[in-house]
Design a binder for this molecule. Structure first.
Ligand code: B12
Ligand code: SF4
Ligand code: SF4
Length: 358
């Protein structure tokens, strides 16, 4: 919608200041037309790469156009909020949690800010409508972020910004206002680099820029509800929740420290970066829910996190984990009990052969 006598260029500049004050270091506006990557998204679903993430199939058609989210939408304001990243725990930590999960659940954190921004925008342009989303609506966020000029699709499928790298969350503000659009990001800056493709522990990229989520450690440790396929357990290595390998190795993330370090209000909780998998195995459902309330780790439920803890321990040869694993083999939850049996068996085999763990 066009509010009479509204200077949209000035409004856009003022909105940008508001978003910066709210902690979003990346900002761009895309016109609300059909998503450029919708066809790619459908191919990806048809190749079975979404695994058990049934919501992606269910709302497939909704992702074609942002009007499925907000009927009167004219512009999609795309925002990026940075989080820790390569400064996270050392790769040799006994159990690793992806950097994005070292703080509170980012959805809630960002939604609160989006609600304030939407309210601000609607007050500035009475009669207009705005709605914020961060994973909460069927919007191809990376697609609109590229179109809003925020960065390019890396070979690891991440949206990468030349100065800010890829350790940032994306969020969208869908508005009925026609704000001046930014230039889409058309170039790719990956060049001949293949570091992410080579480093992926589970070889989850069937081709550059396409991810088979069913092999991705992030999917296996967070989204998958049942047992992790046997052949993928060893490659999971020390990852207890999520995975950062294809981001960590990306040269565009390397130089983010120092002067250009992330400027983010997203808080981090060092306890979440240094979880002890042995201790996790003794958590009851209630302990689990209390300990991880308001964090991203709650998503796995007790089943997923304890399953992952057992697998991480199975990938070490630490015999000190055996008593906790043996106890977990009697867990009433068969997914946990089975993972514990697998892990205890592996530790014993390794001990017999005198081999070190992963
Ligand atoms: C499902 C999902 C996952 C799945 C699948 C990931 C994937 N690569 O598809 C799993 C569980 C594996 C996952 C993992 C992670 N995720 Co995730 N995930 C999502 C979610 C909810 C949907 C993504 C989706 O639709 N995937 C399907 C594929 C086909 O779409 P796509 O990757 O977005 O690719 C599009 C474009 O790249 C485009 N495209 C690519 N190349 C080209 C070329 C041309 C010519 C064109 C036209 C288009 C095009 O086409 C695709 C369709 O539009 C989004 C949030 C959202 N609503 O978008 C977050 C999101 C993508 N995830 C995010 C994050 C942070 C992660 C992890 C880093 C978390 C972690 N540390 O464990 C990992 C990274 C793994 C990786 N390399 O992608 C961020 C990414 C931010 C960024 N800078 O890119 C998002 C945006 C969430 C957020 N709001 O911040 N995730
Ligand atoms: S997040 Fe990890 S497992 Fe998933 S594609 Fe990247 S490197 Fe591979
Ligand atoms: S690691 Fe290399 S190929 Fe992969 S996304 Fe980064 S620059 Fe592109």
């Amino acid at each position: 919608m066009q509010v009479p006598s509204l200077d949209t260029a000035t409004l856009k500049a003022r909105l940008r200041c508001q978003t910066e004050a709210a902690g979003f270091t990346l900002f761009g506006v895309a016109p609300a037309t059909e998503a450029d990557g919708f066809g790619r998204f459908c191919d990806w679903l048809d190749r079975g790469f979404a695994g058990e993430m049934s919501y992606l199939h269910k709302y497939r058609e909704h992702r074609r156009h942002p009007r499925a989210v907000v009927e009167e939408v004219k512009s999609v304001v795309m925002l990026g909020m940075e989080y820790g990243g390569v400064s996270g725990p050392h790769p040799s930590a006994p159990a690793r949690v992806a950097a994005y999960a070292h703080g509170p659940d980012y959805h809630r954190f960002i939604w609160d800010r989006l609600n304030e921004l939407s309210a601000w925008l609607m007050a500035e342009a009475p009669g207009s409508y705005a709605h914020g989303t961060c994973d909460s609506a069927p919007l191809l966020e990376r697609d609109f972020a590229r179109r809003a000029g925020l960065g390019w699709f890396g070979k690891n499928t991440m949206l990468i910004h030349k100065r800010r790298g890829s350790f940032f969350f994306l969020a969208g503000l869908l508005t009925s206002l026609e704000l001046p659009a930014d230039k889409p990001h058309t170039a790719s800056h990956c060049g001949t680099c293949t570091a992410c493709l080579d480093a992926c522990p589970t070889s989850a990229f069937p081709e550059p820029g396409v991810l088979d989520a069913t092999k991705c450690i992030s999917y296996l440790t967070i989204e998958l509800r049942g047992p992790i396929p046997l052949e993928l357990r060893e490659p999971v290595g020390h990852w207890l929740f999520g995975c950062d390998v294809c981001n960590d190795v990306c040269p565009w993330n390397r130089d983010r420290q120092g002067a250009d370090a992330p400027r983010s209000p997203f808080p981090t909780n060092p306890d979440l970066a240094a979880l002890d998998p042995v201790e996790l195995l003794s958590l009851s459902k209630r302990d689990f829910e209390r300990r991880f309330a308001n964090t991203s780790l709650l998503r796995t439920r007790r089943t997923g996190l304890l399953r992952n803890a057992a697998i991480v321990l199975g990938n070490t040869a630490d015999e000190r984990a055996l008593p906790a694993l043996e106890q977990a083999t009697t867990d009433a939850d068969e997914v946990i009990a089975e993972a514990a049996r697998w892990a205890a068996g592996r530790i014993r085999e390794r001990m017999k052969r005198g081999e070190p763990g992963a």
